[in-house]
Design a binder for this molecule. Structure first.
Ligand code: CP
Ligand code: NVA
Length: 306
């Protein structure tokens, strides 16, 4: 048996492996999925936070491969009554073939992976959202071509889980990433230094959104208060308002710049309705691509771990 592969952060895949997953996603988007690739296989979705896109795109992806899914709200599991993660992981591994998890701490997915004999996929933690970064990169490739090294990609807003996964993607795939975050909300230094240590293109951090967006090909943003930070919403609104992605800020980007947002969006906060609904926005294609990437990822992981 091969070593079980997990996808807990972007760094769990090499650049070559990411390229394989991206190619599979782009090919199956164009030519249709291999409808028998997951026949007889079951994907579990263990979610401790709400989700629209990640849950439904994994479900649709698995069905399109001829597989099945079971949705496991943590509310309904014995986990809620204190059953250890290591026991849950070993039991679920006897029923399922792959497990996607959305939770709070990264240590939860790490522990599940350590005790699972099936691939574990991070469907978002407080620290990382690696599936999101891959589907976002796929969207950039569709819109701007696959020479990512020629692009300037800006991140405007919170140095959060999605930003961390973008930092790792920039490092692995060698493109220039400039993040503009308010003072005190920059990505964690350990994420930056680990990514920069192996990056061949600059990963820059500034407090100036205009600097980040000037000449950018891609402008990416996300909510100011992530799931689990609801108590900070009002205070964050004040701090982050200068980082709103609006038409004024977009005037500094290239004329043909695109705007990404992983969604759900808060119009009038991190992004204006004018930008989200305007010519820059590719967010609906971006949302669709979650399904293509997750299908490719499940297919790839099942094959590697066979
Ligand atoms: N972008 C994203 O992960 O959306 P959901 O929270 O709806 O899954
Ligand atoms: N940063 C956001 C992403 C939602 C898909 C959050 O964690 O809530």
């Amino acid at each position: 048996m091969n070593k079980i592969r997990h996808f807990l952060t972007v760094f769990d895949l090499t650049a070559g492996e990411i390229a394989e997953v991206l190619k599979l996603a782009l090919d199956t988007k164009k030519n249709g999925p291999d409808r028998g690739a997951a026949s007889g296989k079951v994907l579990g979705l263990l979610f401790e936070k709400p989700s629209t896109r990640t849950r439904v795109s994994f479900e649709a992806a698995m069905f399109s491969l001829g597989g099945n899914v079971t949705f496991l709200s943590s509310r309904d599991l014995q986990l809620r009554r204190g059953e250890p993660l290591k026991d849950t992981a070993r039991v679920l591994s006897r029923y399922l073939h792959c497990l996607a998890v959305r939770t709070f701490g990264q240590e939860v997915v790490e522990k599940l992976a350590r005790w699972s004999s099936i691939p574990v996929i991070n469907g978002l933690t407080d620290q990382h959202h690696p599936c999101q970064a891959l589907s976002d990169v796929m969207t950039v490739m569709e819109k701007k071509g696959d020479e990512l090294g020629r692009l300037k990609i800006a991140w405007v807003g919170d140095g959060n889980n999605v930003a961390n996964s973008w930092i790792q993607a920039a490092s692995r795939l060698s493109f220039r990433l400039v993040l503009a975050c308010p003072p005190g909300y920059e990505p964690a230094e350990e994420i930056l230094s680990e990514a920069r240590a192996v990056a061949s293109a600059p990963i820059e951090v500034t407090n100036d959104p205009v600097e980040a967006v000037t000449g950018a090909d891609v402008v990416n943003t996300d909510v100011w208060a992530s799931m689990g930070q609801e108590d900070e919403t009002e205070q964050r609104k004040e701090v982050f308002m200068p980082y709103q992605v609006n038409a004024g800020l977009m005037r500094h980007a290239k004329d043909d710049a695109i705007v990404l947002h992983c969604l759900p969006a808060h119009r009038g906060e991190e992004i204006t309705d004018e930008v989200l609904e305007g010519p820059w926005s590719v967010v609906w294609d971006q949302a669709e691509n979650k399904m293509h990437i997750q299908r490719a990822l499940v297919q790839w992981l099942l094959k590697k771990s066979d």
